[in-house]
Design a protein around this ligand. Structure first.
Ligand code: PMP
Length: 297
């Protein structure tokens, strides 16, 4: 479909005869996929953490949305590396993003053109903060509504509603329950509970099974810390010793409070132990996990 010649934009009529006004099915229907990836300074050179797994998830998301990406896994990996090299970055965040890019009306995305971007930002160390969670009244989408293994922008409508409710109640982030009132995850993070030196985390059924979550479960074994994946409710959260969130961006983030349910009273020692080991693993300081790193030189 030819774009309109003139478009009303923020109160002005703009000339769009050459196109260029952002309107596409990606924006309109959330027909977009993305990843969030970290890379860290290591003793050798910058290294991307679990790049293979992130690109595999990106390709899976593309498949679910029937996107013709026209780039192979190898090409995307070299796109990520080039983004780091060209921007002369040492440590930062990468966002591969693909969206249906034609200025088309209607929901038929089949055979639509796709634009694929790889963005890279510097991300220096930041002070760890403790987060306060609000149990949102919006229930998490269920696995019979969406494919949780894909990371599709359109899903985040649910996450945004919870986020807004949490912020409007004076809290940092939402905590989502499923329709059976089991705990699922945050808006963009998975959740873990510490109880008697054991980690507990909701099963992968109703969540995005984060790459950080999977990494934590794996590396905790080295610290002789067992992880149990179970259905967990707010009553369980009430009795937890420590709670933390995980995600590529935050790594591990201590939960200070869940409104009316949990209050962190002491030093979260287990969380700190796991967080510090994770930081070492991600920065190439633990040889056993060097295969999780893609060096960029
Ligand atoms: N859950 C949701 C809904 C997310 O958006 C994210 C961020 N990708 C996560 C969990 C954490 O995933 P990861 O550890 O792969 O960053």
């Amino acid at each position: 479909m030819k774009p309109m010649d003139f478009v009303w934009s923020d109160g002005e009529i703009l000339d769009n005869q050459k196109g260029g006004i952002s309107f596409n099915q990606g924006l309109n229907y959330g027909a977009a996929i993305y990843e969030g990836i970290r890379f860290y300074k290591t003793s050798k050179c910058p290294a991307v953490f679990r790049l293979n797994e992130h690109i595999d998830r990106f390709l899976y998301s593309a498949k679910v949305l029937r996107m013709n990406l026209s780039f192979s896994k190898e090409e995307l990996i070299s796109g990520v590396k080039n983004g780091i090299i060209k921007n002369q970055l040492q440590e930062g965040y990468i966002r591969p993003l693909a969206f249906y890019s034609e200025p088309k009306m209607g929901i038929n995305i089949l055979d639509g053109k796709v634009q694929c971007l790889i963005l890279a930002w510097p991300w220096e160390k930041r002070e760890p903060k403790q987060v306060r969670l609000f149990t949102t009244s919006w229930k998490r989408s269920s696995p019979d509504s969406i494919d949780f293994k894909a990371k599709i922008a359109g899903y985040y409508g649910n996450n945004l509603l919870g986020f807004l409710e949490a912020r409007e109640n004076g809290f940092d982030e939402p905590l989502f329950l499923d329709r059976n009132n089991f705990i699922t995850e945050g808006a963009v993070n998975n959740i873990f509970f510490v109880k008697d030196n054991i980690l507990y985390t909701p099963t992968a059924k109703n969540i995005l099974n984060g790459i950080t979550r999977q990494s934590i479960i794996e590396i905790a074994k080295d610290l002789k810390i067992e992880t149990k994946q179970k259905n967990l409710d707010l009553n369980f959260a009430r009795g937890a010793d420590e709670i933390f969130l995980t995600g590529t961006g935050v790594e591990l983030e201590v939960v200070q409070e869940i409104k009316g349910i949990f209050q962190n009273k002491s030093e979260p020692l287990v969380t700190e132990k796991v967080a510090s080991y994770y930081r070492k693993v991600a920065r190439g300081e633990v040889p056993k996990y060097h295969h999780w790193l893609t060096y960029v030189s």
